[in-house]
Write a protein that binds this ligand. Sequence first.
Ligand code: HEM
Length: 454
Amino acid sequence: MSAAYVPPFPARPAKALNPLSALVKARRNLLSIWHEGAFERFIMPAVLPGRKILVVNGVDAIKRVFLDNHDTYNAKSPQMRKALTPLLGDGLFVSDGDVWRRRRAMVAPAIESAQLPNYAPLMVACAEQTAARWEQAPAGSTLDLLEEMAILTARIIGRTVFGDGITDAEAARVVRGFSAYQAVIEQMDILSMLGGPSWLSSGRPNRKAVAAASEVQGMVDLILKRAGADARNMRLAASLLAAAEGVEDDPAAAIRNEAIVLFMAGHETTANALAWTWSLIAHAPDVEARLHAELAAVLGGRSPTLADFTALPYTRAIFEEALRLYPPVPLLSREALAPDVLRGHTVSPGDIIVVAPWLVHRHKAYWREPDAFRPERFLAGSEEKPPKFAYIPFSGGARICLGARFGLVEAVLTIATLAQRFRLIAPPGHSPEIDCRLTLRPKGGMHLRLERRP
Ligand code: HEM
């Protein structure tokens, strides 16, 4: 077996940067500010004028923030709320306290594992639509896998939420609306979103953000109104509607906000991770061979079903390893609501806690060869099982991603459908760069050459 592939990552300064250099670097790429030692430390305090930030890497402290003492930390940073509220309103992604609890209870049953038999056939049908399109591509075509996966996951989440109530063209318009919104809010400095002082911000949530948000909201209202005329047209949205009635003062607004949350949270994350997955496979012939062997043994060329999910552990391990190396949400932030102590550091109300999957997933205390692509570490029986809270692509504890199982199943069924028929080849010199914004994605897309498998 040859040495494991080590995919590119931003160069790490040898020692901690002074605050000014860190700020300058952070504006270009937030992931390039972490020095080598940051991947060994368990807690790192930083004081910016008017704000204390604690970067927490230790699994014990992460567990305290996300689970054991989560009421103290169950608030997104004020900057994050400010950035996303024009779009999501009181949607659960940005809500705290009672509203969050009520909405989580409303949305969870609609996407929990028990619902997957309703959604999995749609996932496969959408992946097959992509395959049919790829079959038509001229030999030797280069595809942007980031765009391909974004179209696919938007179609899947769109149809999951609205059923036949949404057309492909409308799903694409909603996605374009999200991109426009993101482009506006990302002009704000990412540091200020994480809790830096407002003078760091290079922009404000402005009229453009509000305009982009109301465009998305208008489209979703329209789809809901039209589809809602016939409940059979709506899948997940119909269960939300039933759950909201009699509980919410304004059920229509509540459903619209949660539908936008699901659309936003549920498409770009999976798409980014899948784009990285194809690149990783393209660079690791041993992994690709083992993937093909698993697919041949389990599926033998037929389409996958939900029942095959557990029979494809290596396919799943590849995706889990991609999520470790390139966590789509690389930084999570919370505002402390009450005093606490984390690893000997005093926490005061208003302090910002940053938990960075980017750091934790490559932490030297938790992972062997942390920068290498080695899917087998996720197989059952592997001796490398990391401690709980060292693997947090979906966050953890009380606010863990509601779509974690959905996303995993969607990814495995997509990889299984497409990898049976196609290979994606990295062109010479292919070395994708990381773009770290609200989500982590390949800069400029992920361009790979398509080849049909014999
Ligand atoms: C690989 C794919 C995905 C990744 C990596 C991912 C990651 C995350 C993370 C890290 C959070 C927590 C954010 C925070 O605490 O600040 C989150 C929250 C959430 N995700 Fe996902 N997600 C994925 C797919 C999905 C899908 C497919 C759905 C819906 C079908 C979804 C729905 C949600 C919702 C509703 C929340 C908010 C939960 C709450 O605040 O209580 N996610 N996701």
